[in-house]
Design a protein around this ligand. Structure first.
Ligand SMILES: *Cc1c(COP(=O)(O)O)cnc(C)c1O
Length: 401
């Protein structure tokens, strides 16, 4: 038997705030009722605010983030279109695989996992593409497998510098609502997210931000699609309805989570909190003497840290001990990082105490799995950051003098 709370420190699904959970406990309702739009139209409006778009539109598909990936591709591209993508981790790899399966001609740039989206190489290839044969450029904003955040604005700049007309697709599944994301300023044409990460909900909603340019493209794009057809969705969404039964419970949860993000805490405060919590966790990891997968400190993600364990230790053992002995889930190393890496998700409904718990349980699990470290070292480093913003504590200063 297990007592107390089970701790969830994975980068999605994330912890659902109690108020959000309770907001979903409502009776079933008529999705064709005359006032249904009172719920849904507000969700579209507020999701645009989270995406920071005034000119774009938002669609919500019953499905996960992967569904929104597919909706974005099939509505705006043609079979055989050339697209530019990079593989730097498991999620960018899966998006490439989907693009290939759907019949796109993918120009892939392969890089070590832990690398950032290669802006200069994108610039070179787009610059050489004098006749705009590349129809879309793909960026995984936050590669959740490696804990690397890429520079979407820089990709937009290089596209503009060579007057390139391609659509810009951005996977923001583990960044939107947690890390700075600016759809209009960055000229993002298709912004993809899901409900179970920064939006602090169960899985079940694939959310898409769509620029006017992408909507135009959807009118002539010939790739096959049926369930995900933009025009069906748009026709009914205009009054707040859906072409099929929408998950109304999740909509009520989304209503509450958007209220929290935009009104109760404030999006800028949410983003600043994610940075502060991530920095505390990183101080702890550094104190253990362990490295992150990210190739450079400027790439560190504020939503997930992927931690390398020493080569003679199996990261799966760390995960096993944490789960079995301490009721705690950390993220596993995905695909080629299995056994080499474990991840701490620090996004969504998190606070300092939860991060300290994560570090404290990780320390015990790492030690028991054979990593030599000083118990309390990571927790202490994070505490001094959280307590004094990284400055030396007053009591310690007295002692030092
Ligand atoms: C979680 C995640 C996905 C997949 O989303 P699902 O909701 O599981 O389909 C895609 N991309 C990134 C970056 C993610 O973190």
């Amino acid at each position: 038997m297990r007592t107390g709370q089970t701790h969830l420190f994975i980068p999605g699904p994330t912890n659902v705030p109690e108020a959000v959970r309770q907001s979903m406990n409502v009776p079933m309702q008529d999705m064709r009722a005359p006032d249904f739009g009172d719920l849904t139209l507000g969700l579209f409006r507020d999701l645009k605010e989270v995406l920071r778009t005034e000119t774009g539109e938002v669609m919500i598909f019953p499905g996960s983030g992967t569904a929104a990936w597919e909706a974005a591709i099939t509505n705006t591209l043609n079979p055989g279109d050339r697209v530019l993508m990079s593989r730097t981790g498991q999620f960018s790899t899966l998006w490439v695989e989907m693009a290939e399966r759907l019949g796109l001609e993918v120009e892939v740039i392969d890089l070590p996992w832990g690398a950032v989206v290669p802006v200069k190489e994108y610039a070179r290839r787009l610059g050489n593409d004098k006749y705009d044969e590349i129809k879309a450029v793909f960026v995984t904003h936050n590669e959740t497998a490696t804990g690397v955040t890429s520079d979407v604005a820089a990709v937009r700049r290089v596209m503009d510098e060579c007057f390139h007309d391609a659509l810009l697709f951005v996977d923001g599944v583990s960044s939107i609502g947690s890390i700075e994301f600016r759809m209009d300023d960055w000229g993002v044409d298709l912004a993809v997210t899901g409900s179970q990460k920064g939006l602090m909900l169960p899985a079940g909603l694939g959310i898409l931000g769509i620029s006017q340019k992408a909507l135009e493209a959807s009118k002539t794009a010939t790739m096959r699609r049926a369930y995900f057809e933009f025009s069906d969705m748009r026709a009914l969404n205009a009054d707040g309805y859906f072409p099929y039964t929408p998950p109304t419970q999740l909509f009520h949860g989304l209503r509450k989570s958007l209220d929290r993000i935009l009104r109760e805490e404030g999006l800028d405060t949410v983003i600043a909190r994610h940075h502060r919590l991530a920095e505390g966790v990183r101080r702890g990891i550094a104190a253990w003497g362990l490295d992150l997968v990210a190739e450079h400190h400027t790439l560190f993600s504020d939503t997930v840290s992927a931690i390398r364990v020493p080569t003679d230790v199996d990261a799966r053992e760390v995960l096993r001990i944490a789960y079995k002995e301490y009721n705690t889930s950390f993220g596993s190393g995905l695909a080629r990082l299995a056994g080499k890496v474990f991840r701490i998700g620090h996004l969504g409904d998190m606070n300092e105490g939860m991060c300290l718990t994560a570090l404290s349980i990780a320390e015990m699990s790492l030690l028991r799995a054979g990593v030599p470290l000083q118990l309390g070292s990571g927790v202490g480093a994070a505490q001094s950051y959280f307590a004094f913003d990284g400055q030396i504590a007053p009591a310690m200063r007295v002692a030092a003098e």
